[in-house]
Write a protein that binds this ligand. Sequence first.
Ligand SMILES: CC(C)(COP(=O)(O)OP(=O)(O)OC[C@H]1O[C@@H](n2cnc3c(N)ncnc32)[C@H](O)[C@@H]1OP(=O)(O)O)[C@@H](O)C(=O)NCCC(=O)NCCS
Length: 143
Amino acid sequence: MAPSAHPRIPEIRTVMFPRDINHMGSIFGGHILSLLDLAAAQFAHSFSARKYVTKVMREVNFISPVYVGDRVSFYCTLRHVGTTSLTIRVDVEAFRGIRSSKIIKVTSAEVVMVAVDDNFHPVPVLDRPRKKKRGKKRNVENA
Ligand SMILES: CC(C)(COP(=O)(O)OP(=O)(O)OC[C@H]1O[C@@H](n2cnc3c(N)ncnc32)[C@H](O)[C@@H]1OP(=O)(O)O)[C@@H](O)C(=O)NCCC(=O)NCCS
């Protein structure tokens, strides 16, 4: 299946360039990590408009190498909404070749993004309006 026909919409999809290779000729893992981080940050921002910093990246297991010319997609899924943090799963897939329809799973990771103020102090992700205190329903006739 071609990426354009993919049912999910990637947060980022980009082509790998020669400037991003390591000494063995495949794409440098740090480049994929930085895009993964960026995808999670963009996703967090679109969920709730805040400033975010990356707190945790869990279990980044590179399954397959990525090569120059691969089109790499970063798909984000919301896993958990905390008070000041969002936990986001990022799945990374590469699409290789012009005629081939091969999708290669590159890696997936869980990223915890923390919403912060201008002083880098954690702030709530959501504006939760205070719930109005409701009195017990009174029976007007017997009041
Ligand atoms: C992010 C930062 C502001 C958080 O400060 P902190 O003192 O750890 O704040 P808290 O303990 O209140 O935790 C904030 C949130 O992170 C979560 N958190 C902290 N450590 C965690 C961990 N190891 N795993 C999962 N969540 C974690 C907390 O549960 C909390 O979320 P919640 O409010 O939704 O429950 C601070 O650690 C920081 O500035 N880190 C550097 C960030 C950065 O520069 N990132 C880029 C790296 S190059």
